[in-house]
Design a protein around this ligand. Structure first.
Ligand SMILES: [Zn+2]
Length: 407
């Protein structure tokens, strides 16, 4: 198939005016100006018209399980109060509720141009009941060992299903120890061992809230008291920051995607600065969720200047109002107006592709890449095309995933 478009935003060099993309199976085999892309006899040519064609967006942090919780929890007085509220809500829901939530979340992601998602899955027992994913999905198995989890047959069956290779599907798996306050260092080490053995990506929440920070550095605050009441061993508190706690113990390293990282000290930055650039972890910023919780502003510029690979995620609808990465991009543009529209777009394309070790395969329109593409109306003026993409606020009308045009 040959796709033609007024502008092609490849994320692999400057945008192309009046361009064409040749696709064979699920891969892009050529991209260039229309007259330079050969059309074999009998090949289907689809002219998309006055649009910008760009790589499908990649959401680097999401919890589809909670897609029924939009506006369900009003802004909490504390992060800990929110954790307690969502735990109570979770107890009131059953498997069918979660399956419906995951379907709804997928539909919303797709509506806003996301073709790949890193989804943290808290309920592995749902896996056998899930239809094939409509989007390219990394299912990160959420791991918590604050207290011993009572493992049911359902959970074991789900865990096994989680890691079964699904032939011809868009699914991949990963591991996610939840956060340093809910997962032990031993659990992080187990994740590292499995991640190495099975080449799986790893992600975790770290340094998200002031309360997590106070728990680790000062052995104080609402989260400390809550975790202590749950009989979490608290001997790791009162020493250092959440990030230093994980990094210095070797629990996390450059292969990890770290969600949030809002609460960092100068010592944390010094620690990051001591790491060779190609061994730095990737970091996922969730602007809508940060605003909801009123966390400390995300230190985008300092991390950028250190050479950190920065990605965007939405987090779940329990702490943000939309799964649209376009909205997240506009939020980031407001807090960090120094970023160019092209730099912004990299946070939902090439950067998360690199974090997932899919550089050249995702997030770019380049020969050999997977054919995950979206189109949105554009004037065709290459000088403003990135800005037009960032400002796009309508549902995406045309999407291709794995070489298939979605109906
Ligand atoms: Zn999260």
């Amino acid at each position: 198939m040959i796709l033609r478009a007024r502008a092609i935003v490849t994320m692999d060099g400057p945008p192309i005016e009046n361009g064409a993309v040749a696709i064979e199976g699920n891969r892009i085999i050529a991209v260039g100006r229309s007259e330079d892309v050969a059309v074999p006899a009998g090949e289907t040519v689809l002219d998309l018209g006055e649009v910008a064609l760009l790589p499908g967006l990649i959401n680097a942090h999401c919890h589809l399980d909670y897609s029924m919780m939009r506006n369900a929890i009003s802004r909490p007085k504390s992060f800990t109060a929110w954790v307690q509220r969502i735990n109570a809500l979770k107890r009131s829901l059953d498997n069918d509720d979660y399956l419906a939530a995951i379907r709804r979340g997928f539909a919303e992601l797709r509506k806003w141009g996301t073709t790949s998602v890193c989804n943290i899955e808290a309920f592995p027992e749902l896996m056998p009941h899930l239809a094939p994913s409509p989007l390219r999905t990394w299912w990160f198995y959420e791991m918590i060992d604050i207290r011993h989890r009572i493992t049911s047959d359902d959970v074991v069956a789900g865990a096994l299903a989680f890691f079964q290779h699904r032939e011809n599907s868009l699914d991949s798996s990963g591991l996610s120890p939840h956060a340093p306050y809910t997962a032990s260092l031993a659990l992080y080490q187990l994740a590292n061992t499995c991640g190495d053995a099975f080449a799986m990506p790893l992600t975790t929440h770290v340094a998200e809230s002031r309360e997590e920070f106070a728990m680790f550095r000062d052995a104080a605050g609402p989260l400390h008291d809550f975790m202590s009441a749950l009989q979490r061993p608290m001997g790791d508190c009162g020493r250092t920051t959440p990030f230093a706690h994980l990094w210095q113990s070797g629990a996390i390293n450059g292969r990890w995607l770290l969600a949030h990282m809002n609460e960092l000290t100068d010592d944390d930055f010094a620690l990051l600065a001591s790491v060779p650039r190609d061994s730095l972890p990737s970091i996922v910023h969730c602007p809508g969720s940060l605003r909801y919780f009123q966390h400390t502003p995300f230190p985008y510029r300092r991390l950028h200047d250190l050479g950190v690979n920065l990605c965007l995620g939405t987090d779940s609808l329990a702490s943000t109002r939309t799964l649209s990465l376009f909205e997240e991009l506009r939020s980031l543009a407001k807090t960090d107006p120094w970023l160019t529209p092209e730099q912004l777009l990299r946070t939902v394309t090439v950067h998360p592709a690199r974090a997932l070790r899919r550089r050249g395969q995702l997030g770019q329109i380049t020969p050999g890449a997977l054919a995950d593409l979206i189109a949105l109306p554009a004037s065709g003026d290459l000088a403003t095309v990135y800005e037009e993409v960032i400002q796009h606020d309508q549902p995406i009308a045309w999407t291709m995933i794995d070489g298939q045009v979605l109906a």
